[in-house]
Design a protein around this ligand. Structure first.
Ligand code: HEM
Length: 527
């Protein structure tokens, strides 16, 4: 056989040889007992990306069976140590930001979308100040003003949008149908812009704004997380959209500044008045970039949660009826109508509350929360250890990952863990009540990371809004937005499901229902 032929055969077989060597090496190489076990993978570099990317929850559960609560997997060359369960959440989310760092994990994904000088583009202390500013914009006074605005928007949408006009106009018994994700995406942006983003943004929600939003959103995908700079059109569109969106917001901010005193209840009005601890006011581009960040942080999380909630309500007509009767009981008027709710009243509706909590338990929009390991860090032995006296150390340069999805659906913690069961939230001594208490207890342990005291909550198996210094600050707003939306919709229509509740689509940053996700509706009465 000629040398050329031999070389050709070697070249063709090289990938197979590399794969085999990689597999054999994992099986025979002596393992460093101080490091968490590494998940077996056939493909070098790519590692477990396919299994994790297609179905992270089942990937984690299968790995837990084999390796325990702490293990490392390879994700396109990155080494990611997963820490499962309530203790794992505590380890990752309760860690010091100097050791387990969010900026280093996320900035390559978020800064091109949000823009410079905010969120993960600044040191953690500065971001914590920015979170404090945003909390001013989410004051109870502002939230009170938002309920009526959201009600109006949902009313208007359901009275005028084609999704709700086609059916039920001739015969009250007609069933119409809509794609729940499309409808929820539209309602979420309409309600967020009318409230948080402000009247100028609401009045400009035209095709140009939607295009800019879509281009930004197209830069916020798992691909962007894995590969920060690819020569793709979507990356260039993202960058152009960030420049245009910044200009759009800066223009509004400057007009507001020129107009002087601002009595609006929105985020721009709040941010204009804020100053950092050293006395520096927020610059126009920083306000603009914070607004983009809030738009992106709230849009998919709320629209996904709202979609899953409506799917489950449609699947369980008794839940829909209980929600409707709760509205009648609290807001029914002598003439047979339903009056508007206040913010305080909305917070005192147990069925609605249970529906939102149960939806977030089964479908937390963020399945993986990551931090970059800046310094070697020991895993608490109560979480996992190589032996009775040893400790695992996660080396500098790794990532750590917590998955509230796993602890929220853990059959070891929750009875009938996979079942949508709102009644679990109404038992004051049940697991759900205990988990919620550990997460959000008003009277429990609080910590101030720089944006106001928050419940510690890092050890709860229920953490849909994260925990620790990076805990969500949009939680109250999201509850208000979802609660008002579900109530307003359930007042007008009955819902049924056309197909079974869809499976999770994990190929987007935020976990969405797979298609088809059609909901049938029938008007309760003509408006
Ligand atoms: C952080 C979930 C809505 C703004 C987070 C985190 C989670 C989360 C899990 C923690 C991320 C981490 O630790 O890396 C949710 C869910 C929502 C929701 C489930 C709705 C159902 C919103 C809304 C806003 C918002 C409406 C804005 C108005 C933020 C911000 C952070 C955050 C600013 C802080 C990020 C950090 O400190 O690193 N959210 N979110 N979220 N969320 Fe939300």
């Amino acid at each position: 056989m000629s040398n050329t032929r031999l070389a050709l055969i070697a070249l063709i077989n090289a990938p197979v040889i590399i794969i085999l060597l990689n597999a054999v090496w994992q099986l025979i190489a002596p393992r460093d007992p101080s490091k968490p076990p590494t998940v077996f993978h056939w493909l070098p570099i790519i590692g477990s990306a396919v299994g994790y990317g297609n179905d992270p929850l089942n990937f984690f559960l299968a790995c837990r069976e084999k390796y325990g609560d702490v293990f490392t997997f390879i994700l396109f060359g990155r080494r990611v140590t997963v820490a499962l369960g309530a203790k794992g959440n505590n380890f990752v989310l309760g860690g010091k930001s100097t050791v387990l760092n969010a900026e280093d994990a996320y900035t390559h994904l978020t800064t091109p979308v949000f823009g410079k000088d905010v969120v993960y583009d600044v040191p953690n202390e500065k971001f914590m100040e920015q979170k404090r500013f945003v909390k001013v914009g989410l004051s109870t006074e502002n939230l009170r003003a938002y309920v009526g605005m959201i009600e109006d928007e949902v009313d208007e949408y359901m009275n005028t949008d084609a999704n709700f006009r086609v059916y039920g106009m001739n015969d009250i018994n007609d069933w119409g149908m809509f794609d729940v994700v499309s409808v929820l995406q539209e309602i979420t942006i309409l309600t967020a812009s009318r409230t948080l983003q402000g009247k100028e943004v609401r009045s400009k929600l035209d095709k140009t704004f939607s295009q800019l939003y879509n281009d930004l959103d197209g830069g916020f995908t798992p691909l962007n997380f894995l590969f920060p700079n690819l020569p793709l059109e979507s990356y260039r569109r993202r960058d152009r959209a960030n420049v245009k969106m910044t200009e759009f917001y800066v223009d509004i901010i400057q007009k507001r500044r020129q107009a002087g005193a601002d009595s609006d209840h929105d985020m721009i009005a709040a941010l204009i008045k804020q100053t950092y601890r050293d006395g520096t006011p927020l610059k126009d581009h920083e306000i603009a970039h914070i607004l983009i960040a809030l738009l992106m942080a709230g849009q998919h999380t709320s629209s996904a949660t709202g979609s899953w909630a409506l799917l489950h309500i449609a699947e369980n007509p008794d839940v829909g009826e209980a929600l409707y009767q709760e509205q009648v009981k609290h807001f029914g008027t002598p003439d047979g109508n339903l009056r508007s709710m206040t913010y305080e009243e909305l917070r005192e509706l147990p069925v609605l509350d249970a529906v939102i909590r149960e939806t977030l338990r089964l479908h937390p929009p963020i399945h993986s929360i990551m931090r970059y390991v800046r310094d070697d860090v020991s895993v608490p032995p109560s979480l996992a250890a190589p032996s009775k006296d040893g400790v695992f150390v996660v080396p500098k340069g790794y990532y750590v990952l917590a998955s509230p999805s796993v602890s929220q659906m853990d059959p070891r913690v929750w009875k009938d863990a996979q079942r949508f069961d709102v009644s679990r939230w109404t038992d004051p001594d049940g697991v759900a009540a205990q988990a919620f208490k550990a997460y959000a207890d008003e009277n429990g342990e609080k910590i101030d990371y720089g944006f106001g005291a928050v419940s510690k909550g890092t050890e709860s198996p229920y953490q849909p809004f994260g925990a620790g210094r990076h805990r969500c600050i949009g939680e109250q707003f999201a509850y208000l937005q979802l609660g008002t939306l579900i109530s307003t919709m359930i007042r007008k229509v009955e819902l049924r499901l056309k197909d079974p509740v869809p499976a999770h689509n994990y190929h987007t940053m935020i976990v969405m229902p797979k298609k088809p996700r059609t909901i049938l509706y029938r008007r309760r009465k003509f408006d």
